[in-house]
Design a protein around this ligand. Structure first.
Ligand code: GCW
Length: 706
């Protein structure tokens, strides 16, 4: 009897999903169901010459296949059995060379997966022109198995050259706008100790095609360029190199003054240029494949060439010339806005950068945030994208969700990234999408790229929540393939991260796809923006009118009063920064897409929206809808319990509860505030629970009970 109970208990343990911390991300490699075993079986792994990237590919295939199929494939030098997997380049493998595969169009990073017959045996080949291409192919092959898709012929090459994570990590281990713990980069223990976590970080990035990273904050410290830190960075670069990931550094413009006591950091001063030349020589000696510099200059108080009455182009070009002999690039950020109360912040970057078009060296790429202000839940795309045809432009996206609920809110960013990439700028007529500007094809630029502000920290699950991992994932997949759809990527991710069972995947992906519109609705509907708490950017504070500068106060961004709400950005000249027909469209409220209504226009509270409701009633409806969507997400997730291990399941349950409470907080605080001006009553049953003063008095991170 006792034995029987024991056997039953053991059976239960064996069948219940194993608790997971999330550390393995989407690279879990759990066993495939028996029905799939024959479909994916690999008898032998056939490799040629070895190299760091090929060894990484082989190690990953062994790890993945042994996890999923129960045993690692037998290593072999030749194909002697059916079911062999051959990997390599024409240079590293005579078998690959002999297959005469169409590798030409794949460039230096693309790959091909193909079912082939070799010496009469059926097998599969993963081939590329470079070793790192083979590594990308190995990850794609494992992705097919993990997501239970058939191994059919695949050819894929990245559309962009630089696919880079920007970590806003400080040297002391803190992370600016980080919600996933402290930095994973430990500058204290580098260079001697290369944490195994760096390798897992590299694996995760390579698996989604990311090929660059800056480990230090754009609000940079000069110390990053000191000899000691260059040595530390070199050790990190060495760990990432086999995975095709290049290290770049954020640099502080005044570093020559701070490190070497130069009198100036004027880019046209010969001594300053010499300093950078010597610094570049020192860096490239330690890191031969160093990628280049990322610069935040004359932005939010950071030093820059304008301190010496020089332009952004003067600054960028000087260091570009220094990096040129080594093949390095300069990523110069366009996130600038002067402290000028008369200037509309949304127009600022355009005004400073467009006059410089044509003046930048060909190894400078100007890095532009997706929207004109700052990573809001929704913004129109930045008009800069269409206005600098003679400059390489990179798109900067934010993965870390500074303004979209940070750690806990389940917001899948795929739809936001897709909306940006597919936006038509009309730079050269219809079809001039941000994707084609970012990939360099619209104006034939050699440098192209996408940067993502990372959401990675030393939390066990890397990203602060399981669903935040999807945002890291979709960033990489879309940087590689700017045309891939957000839904396709969500499906891939959900299948690998949880299970390929359609009963789980379909509702989960639906939930993810709806989540971005939900956050827009409960935070900033109808083109509202920047109405969050000053400083931590977390909760609602449309009433905020404190702070050293006008454009850091919430009231600057909505100007609610009895006569209306919104910013007249036709008057400010912002609408006219867009190309026709957008500028005409955005210049009239009636033709402006309603999601941007109050971004471009200041309208009376009784303005009739497309639904026939007044602007006030429409605003109330959106805020309500946002909260209702989160309630639906909670109910939907509750039904997924049978498919997910308890640990990850319950994290999502708890975080959705926080999100629901905070969505109500956003809705009610904002409506209580705007109601003072609207002059219209709440629709019956819609009034916020507390008076405005209660919302205003909440301490940090606290919201009133719903
Ligand atoms: O989004 C804002 C952030 C700052 C950040 C800045 C930038 C790194 O609030 O923390 O600084 O943008 O992008 O430079």
């Amino acid at each position: 009897m006792r034995l029987c109970a024991l056997a039953l208990a053991m059976l239960c343990v064996a069948t219940a999903a194993k608790a997971e911390t999330g550390y393995d991300l989407w690279l879990r490699y759990t066993p495939v169901e028996a029905a799939y075993k024959s479909q994916y079986g690999v008898s032998a792994l056939v490799t040629g010459a070895s190299s760091p990237a090929l060894d990484a590919a082989r190690a990953e295939l062994n790890r993945g296949l042994s996890g999923m199929l129960g045993a690692a494939p037998v290593p072999a030098a030749n194909v002697t059995v059916d079911g062999a997997l051959v990997i390599g380049t024409p240079a590293s493998s005579s078998i690959v060379a002999g297959l005469n595969l169409p590798l030409k169009g794949l460039g230096g990073e693309g790959y091909l997966i193909r079912n082939v017959t070799i010496t009469g045996r059926k097998g599969t080949v993963i081939a590329a022109n470079s070793d790192v291409g083979v590594l990308y192919g190995a990850f794609a092959y494992l992705r097919l198995i993990q997501s239970r898709q058939p191994i059919t012929d695949v050819m894929s090459a990245p559309r962009t050259r630089i696919r880079i994570l920007n970590h806003w990590d400080n040297l002391d281990g803190s992370v600016e706008r980080g919600y996933a713990g402290a930095s994973i980069f430990n500058w204290h223990t580098l260079p001697e100790y290369v944490s195994p976590r760096y390798i897992d970080y590299a694996r995760a990035n390579a698996s989604i095609g990311i090929n660059g990273m800056t480990p230090n904050n754009v609000n940079a410290r000069a110390e990053s360029l000191s000899p000691a830190y260059i040595e530390k960075a070199a050790a990190l670069a060495g760990a990432l190199r086999p995975y095709g990931i290049r290290l770049y550094l954020s640099v502080r413009w005044s570093a020559p003054v701070e490190i070497s006591k130069l009198k100036t950091a004027d880019p046209l001063d010969p001594a300053v240029k010499q300093w950078w030349q010597a610094k570049a020589a020192e860096i490239y000696k330690a890191i031969p494949d160093f990628g280049g510099f990322l610069v935040k200059a004359n932005s939010e108080g950071e030093p820059g060439p304008q301190d010496y009455h020089r332009t952004h182009a003067d600054g960028a070009n000087m260091i570009a010339d220094v990096l040129k002999p080594y093949g390095g690039v300069v990523m110069w950020r366009a996130f600038v806005y002067a402290n000028d109360p008369k200037l509309d912040r949304a127009t600022a970057a355009y005004k400073e950068f467009v006059p410089l078009d044509g003046q930048f060296r060909d190894n400078v790429v100007v890095q532009v945030k997706n929207g004109p202000i700052d990573f809001m839940p929704r913004e129109p795309f930045s008009p800069l994208f269409a206005a600098m045809p003679r400059t390489s432009l990179m798109l900067e996206l934010q993965i870390t969700k500074e303004y979209l609920g940070q750690q806990t809110h389940l917001v899948y960013l795929g739809p936001l990234f897709e909306e940006t990439l597919r936006a038509d700028t009309y730079a050269h007529g219809p079809g001039s999408t941000i994707a084609r500007i970012t990939d360099g094809s619209l104006d034939n630029h050699a440098i192209s790229g996408v940067a993502g502000v990372a959401n990675i920290g030393n939390d066990m699950d890397w990203s602060g929540s399981i669903f935040n991992q999807a945002n890291w994932y979709v960033f990489g997949r879309m940087a590689w393939d700017t045309e891939i759809s957000a839904r396709t990527v969500a499906e891939e991710w959900a299948r690998q991260t949880f299970t390929a069972d359609p009963a789980f995947v379909t509702p989960t992906v639906d939930m993810m796809m709806a989540s971005r519109e939900a956050v827009v609705d409960y935070m900033t509907p109808l083109g509202l923006h920047h109405i969050m708490t000053n400083g931590n950017h977390m909760g609602p504070a449309p009433w905020d009118e404190k702070g050293p500068r006008d454009d850091w106060k919430a009231v600057y961004y909505h100007r609610a009063a009895a006569d209306g709400v919104g910013v007249d950005r036709v008057a400010s000249g912002h609408a006219a920064q867009y190309k026709s027909p957008l500028k005409e469209r955005f210049s009239r409220a009636a033709t402006t897409p309603e999601e941007y209504l109050l971004w471009f226009h200041r309208l009376p509270w009784d303005y009739r929206t497309k639904s026939g409701r007044t602007l006030w009633d429409e605003m109330v409806a959106h805020y309500r809808r946002g909260v209702d969507s989160v309630a639906r997400m909670q109910a939907g997730w509750a039904a997924q319990k049978p498919y997910v291990d308890a640990e990850r399941f319950s994290q999502v349950v708890s975080f959705l509860a926080i999100q629901h409470r905070e969505a109500i907080w956003w809705r009610d605080a904002c409506l209580a505030y705007f109601a003072q001006f609207s002059g219209q009553p709440f629709p019956p049953g819609y009034a916020p629970k507390y008076p405005l003063e209660t919302y205003k008095a909440m301490p940090m991170f606290a919201s009133p009970p719903p």
